[in-house]
Design a protein around this ligand. Structure first.
Ligand code: FAD
Ligand code: NAI
Length: 475
C-alpha cells in the first residue's frame, strides 16, 4: 500500500523545503520529494537557490570582491600585496563546499523536523480517495499519497532562440558559476540581476566583460535615480553595458562564441567572446510533474495558475515560488511556503507582496522595497523624497566605500513610507530596516526620530528620512 502523508511537497528548493519544515512543525506527516543530485548522484536539496543560484553566486561574488580589494583597494590602507594571483580551481572548490554545507544543512533539518525525504522526481498520477497519488522516480521508486500537495518545482533559465545552452560556450546560470578559468572576453545577454552579478564576478577577476541588453533603459524596474547612480559606478569599473540592442545569430565553435546584433543606432555589430552567458529571464518549471494527469491548470508561460493564497484550480493542491506568478526570489518562495503550510493548518498565513525586498549583489549593492519614484508619478500619488549620499556618512568614509545613496519616498500628506531605494555599501543589510518600517506602516518621521548607532551606514537611512522633511543634520 502507498505511503500516506498529510502533506507532500514536490520540489526541495527554498519554497519547498521551508514549506515542508513548517508543515511538519504544525504537526503534519510531511514528505518532500526533490530530484536535484550532485555529480556523483547524491541528493542535493535546496533547488536552484542553493545549487546554482543565490548561494554559489554570492560565494563567487565574495571571492572576486576580495580579489579586487587586494589588487586595487588594499594599497589605500597602506597594505602592500605582492604577486597577487588567482587560483580559480580553489575558488570554485570553496564555492562547492559552501553549496554542500547548505545541501547537508537541509537534509539535517528534514531529519530534525521528521520530514520524510524522497530523492527523485515526483509526478502526479491521479486524484484518489483521500488525496493525490504521486509517483516518485529515481533512487526511491514508489507511489506515495498526499492529502495536500504543494507544488514547488521552481524555474529554469530561458535560452535564446536558436542558441541552446551547451554549458561549455553558451552558459546558463549553471555554467556561469563554474567557468574553469577566467575568460579573456566574456559576453552576457541581458543586464538584469544575473547579468550584473555574474558580469561583476568575472570582471573583477580580470575578464573583459560586455553585456548586451535589449531594453533601451538600464534596470528599468529600479528607481531611475538609483539606476543612474549604479550605471555610473559600473561604467567606472569597466563593466560595459550596451543598451537597446537586438541580438541576432549566435555562432558557437572551438574558438568561442560570436554574437551578431544590431545596436541602438540600428548598425550591424558583432561581439566575439570566449564564453557567452545568457541571462534573459527564467521560465517556470513543470517538466516531469505531469500536471495533465490531474488537470492542474498552467498559464500560457507554463506557470501553475494560483490565486492570492497560492491555491490552484484543484482542491488541496497548492503552488508556490518560481513556478507561480510574482517575483522569482528565494525569500518570496519561502514566505509563500510558510503561508501555505499555515493555511493548510487553518491559520491565516499571509505574504505582503508590497514589502518584498529586492537586492542586486553587485558593488555597489542595489536594494529596494516598495514603490519607485516613477511608479508613484505614474499612479498620481503625492509624495516627498529625501536622499542622503554615503559620501557624507562617516562609516562609509572609514570603509573607503562612499558610492551611492539612500533615497526615501513618503506620502506627501500622511508621511507613510512608500519606498526606500539604496545603492551603496551593504545595501542588502540596510534594506531590512526599511522593510520593517514599511511592514509597520512607519512614517519617515518615525525613522528620523529613531536613534541609529554611530558611526554606521544605517545613519544614511535616518538622514534620508530627515531629508524628506528637509532637515538633514550632516549635509
Ligand atoms: P527552486 O529553487 O528552483 O527549486 C525547485 C526544486 O524542485 C529543484 O530542486 C528541482 O530539482 C526540484 N524539482 C523540480 N521538478 C521536480 C519534480 N517533478 N520532482 C521532484 N523535484 C522537482 N533569489 C534571491 O532571493 N536572492 C538571490 O541572491 C538570488 N540569486 C540567484 C542567482 C542566480 C544565478 C539564480 C539563477 C537565481 C537566484 N535567485 C535569487 C532566485 C532564486 O534562486 C529562486 O527564486 C528560488 O530558488 C526559487 O525557489 P523555488 O523553491 O521556487 O524553486
Ligand atoms: P532578469 O529578468 O532580471 O533580466 C533579464 C534581462 O534580459 C532584462 O533586462 C531583459 O530586458 C533582458 N533581455 C530579455 N531578452 C533579451 C534579449 N533577447 N536580448 C537582450 N536582452 C534581453 O532575468 P535574469 O537576470 O535572467 O534573472 C532571472 C531571475 O532570477 C531574476 O529576475 C530574479 O528574479 C532572480 N535572481 C535574483 C537575484 C537576486 O535576488 N539577487 C540574483 C539572480 C537572479
Amino acid at each position: 500500500m502507498a505511503k500516506q502523508f498529510d502533506v507532500v511537497v514536490i520540489g526541495g528548493g527554498p519554497g519547498g523545503y521551508i514549506a515542508a519544515i513548517r508543515a511538519a512543525q504544525l504537526g503534519f506527516n510531511t514528505a518532500c520529494i526533490d530530484e536535484w543530485k550532485t555529480r556523483d548522484g547524491k541528493p542535493a536539496p535546496g533547488g536552484t537557490c542553493t545549487n546554482v543560484g543565490c548561494i554559489p553566486s554570492k560565494a563567487l561574488l565574495q571571492s572576486s570582491e576580495h580579489f579586487e580589494h587586494a589588487g586595487k583597494h588594499f594599497a589605500d590602507h597602506g597594505i602592500e600585496v605582492g604577486g597577487l594571483k588567482l587560483d580559480a580551481a580553489k575558488m570554485l572548490a570553496r564555492k562547492d563546499t559552501v553549496v554542500k554545507q547548505n545541501n547537508d544543512g537541509i537534509l539535517y533539518l528534514f531529519k530534525k523536523n521528521k520530514v520524510s525525504f524522497f530523492h527523485g522526481r515526483g509526478s502526479f498520477v491521479r486524484a484518489a480517495e483521500g488525496g493525490y497519488e504521486i509517483q516518485v522516480t529515481g533512487a526511491n521508486e514508489e507511489v506515495i499519497t498526499g492529502k495536500h500537495v504543494i507544488v514547488a518545482t521552481g524555474s529554469n533559465a530561458r535560452a535564446l532562440p536558436g542558441a541552446p545552452f551547451d554549458e561549455e560556450n553558451i552558459l546558463s546560470n549553471d555554467g556561469a558559476l563554474r567557468i574553469p578559468q577566467v575568460p579573456k572576453k566574456l559576453g552576457l545577454i541581458g543586464s538584469g540581476v544575473i547579468g550584473l552579478e555574474m558580469g561583476s564576478v568575472w570582471r573583477r577577476l580580470g575578464a573583459d566583460v560586455t553585456i548586451l541588453e535589449g531594453l533601451p533603459t538600464f534596470l528599468g524596474a529600479v528607481d531611475e535615480q538609483i539606476a543612474k547612480e549604479a550605471k555610473k559606478a559600473f561604467d567606472k569599473q569597466g563593466l560595459k553595458v550596451e543598451l537597446g540592442v537586438k541580438v541576432g545569430e549566435v555562432k558557437s565553435g572551438k574558438g568561442g562564441v560570436s554574437v551578431a546584433y544590431t545596436n541602438a543606432k540600428g548598425e550591424a555589430q558583432k561581439l566575439e567572446v570566449d564564453k557567452l552567458i545568457v541571462s534573459i529571464g527564467r521560465v517556470p518549471n513543470t517538466i516531469g510533474l505531469k500536471p495533465d494527469a490531474v488537470g492542474l491548470k498552467l498559464d500560457e508561460r507554463g506557470a501553475v495558475i494560483v490565486d492570492d493564497e497560492c491555491k490552484t484550480n484543484l482542491p488541496n493542491v497548492w503552488a508556490i515560488g518560481d513556478v507561480v506568478r510574482g517575483p522569482m526570489l528565494a525569500h518570496k518562495a519561502e514566505e509563500e511556503g510558510v503561508a501555505v503550510a499555515e493555511r493548510i493548518a487553518g491559520q491565516h498565513g499571509h505574504v505582503n507582496f508590497n514589502t518584498i525586498p529586492w537586492v542586486i549583489y553587485t558593488s555597489p549593492e542595489i536594494a529596494w522595497v516598495g514603490q519607485t519614484e516613477q511608479q508613484l508619478k505614474a499612479a498620481g500619488v503625492k509624495y516627498k523624497a529625501g536622499t542622503f549620499p554615503f559620501m557624507a556618512n562617516g562609516r562609509a568614509r572609514a570603509l573607503g566605500d562612499t558610492t551611492g545613496m539612500v533615497k526615501m519616498l513618503a506620502h506627501a500628506d500622511t508621511d507613510e513610507i512608500l519606498g526606500v531605494h539604496i545603492v551603496g555599501p551593504m545595501a542588502s543589510e540596510l534594506i531590512s530596516e526599511a522593510v520593517v518600517a514599511m511592514e509597520f506602516k512607519a512614517s519617515s518621521e518615525d525613522i528620523a526620530r529613531i536613534c541609529h548607532a554611530h558611526p554606521s551606514l544605517s545613519e544614511a537611512t535616518k538622514e534620508a528620512a530627515l531629508a524628506v522633511d528637509k532637515r538633514t543634520l550632516n549635509l
